[in-house]
Design a protein around this ligand. Structure first.
Ligand code: TXA
Ligand code: MG
Length: 357
């Protein structure tokens, strides 16, 4: 299959182009498109065979459900059994935006889209290209992140091309995304709402609207006996080819530790990589040192994370060390992705404790 890659203006997407992309979706084809979080791989969410094509293009396990993207509240009512009051409040506060909510599905949603589940994940993105495409493509676009299963989510069209070129009909290139981490997921199918995946919309921001909300216990790394409720959160994800280790502690302790590790690797003829911040970059003595941005700029760190993990796959390194980015607002979401990329391998220097699962 020849994948068409077409540039699209973020604020004023060309109408003819969007109509053409929408037509591909209505005919059961696949179009990758930018959203404010990451690029999505879109197909008609109410068409079982489109969803099957999405799984095949990504190489994704078929028990890992897709998110349906909508452009207005009426569309939500047409695919779910009911919308709880608290979900309505969250929608008022944060839709359109980087928030996904899970509801009981109705008969309009095929099991192929929900990975066989009775529930459906729904998101109303704010990106103008995403919104235009949803409206022209029939109103219900199933879209996982547009990466090959297991790789970091794409934050620009080049990442999508790397993974999916030749496997999908079209890529709409709207440049770099704004947020760079996937949406926050809140589950409304149990008695109390629960956060299944942390994201830009933080636990605190949700708490302000509907009162205190818990994190899914399966997200807490200390208890490996509890499985995460979002099927996708249990899979190996984001991991670069070279093994990644996170090092947490005071800036000086982290630098000393990483440098001494790099020196011993070099003695053995191996090459090390470091994920640093602008402030610390010059202190590292490794073969490859990449900065994720300024430590105070947590939105920048979030936006650059997946790109940096991908960039290390182009480097000839045997292992990678990363600083920890436990920042005030987005730290939970950033560290959730980084820990997964590291297979939960983190070294705590101050407590002299090593945890590896
Ligand atoms: O920001 C985002 O959410 C991006 C953009 C493209 O919108 N999409 C995205 O989709 O991250 P994906 O498929 O890569 O991740 C969806 C996550 C998976 O972990 C999946 O298991 C979970 O949502 N999920 C989807 N439907 C679910 C359901 N009914 N119950 C529990 N978890 C669900
Ligand atoms: Mg994904």
């Amino acid at each position: 299959m020849n994948t068409k890659v077409v540039k699209v203006d973020r604020e004023h997407p060309d109408r003819e182009l969007i109509e053409c992309a929408g037509e591909i979706l209505k005919q059961g084809g696949l179009v990758a498109f930018p959203t404010e979080t990451v690029y999505g791989l879109g197909g008609d969410g109410l068409n079982a065979s489109s969803s099957e094509k999405i799984y095949a293009a990504k190489g994704r396990p078929s028990d890992n459900p897709l998110i349906i993207h909508i452009a207005d509240m009426e569309s939500l009512e047409r695919i779910v059994r009911e919308v709880p009051e608290e979900a309505r409040k969250l929608a008022n506060a944060y839709w359109p935006g980087p928030l996904t909510m899970i509801f009981q599905k109705n008969e309009n949603v095929p099991y192929e889209t929900t990975g066989g589940l009775e529930s459906v994940a729904v998101r109303m993105p704010s990106h103008p290209v995403a919104r235009a495409l949803i409206m022209s493509g029939g109103g219900y676009i199933a879209a996982p992140s547009a990466n090959t299963s297991g790789r970091p989510s794409p934050t620009c069209a080049e990442h999508v091309e790397e993974d999916l070129s030749g496997r999908i009909d079209m890529i709409l290139d709207g440049g770099e995304v704004e947020i760079g981490l996937e949406s926050t997921i809140v589950d409304f199918t149990s008695e109390k709402p629960v956060i299944l995946r942390p994201g830009y919309i933080s636990q605190e921001m949700i708490g302000k609207v509907i009162g205190e909300v818990e994190m899914d216990k399966g997200l807490l790394i200390t208890d490996s006996t509890v499985k995460p409720k979002a099927p996708g959160m249990k899979y190996r994800h984001y991991a670069p080819k070279a093994g990644l280790t996170i090092v947490q502690g005071s800036a000086k302790a982290v630098k000393d530790y990483i440098n001494s590790q790099c020196r011993s690797l070099e003695k053995n003829g191996q090459r090390a990589g470091v994920i640093s911040t602008d402030e610390n970059q010059k202190f590292y003595q490794a073969a490859v040192v990449k900065s994720i941005g300024r430590r105070e700029d947590e939105e920048g760190i979030a936006r650059h994370l997946f790109g940096i993990l991908r960039a290390f796959d182009e480097e000839d390194v045997d292992c990678i060390y990363s600083e920890a980015f436990d920042t005030p607002q987005m730290g939970q979401a950033i560290m959730n992705r980084l820990l997964k990329a590291a297979g939960h391998h983190i070294i705590y220097l101050e407590e002299q404790k090593e945890e590896s699962k």
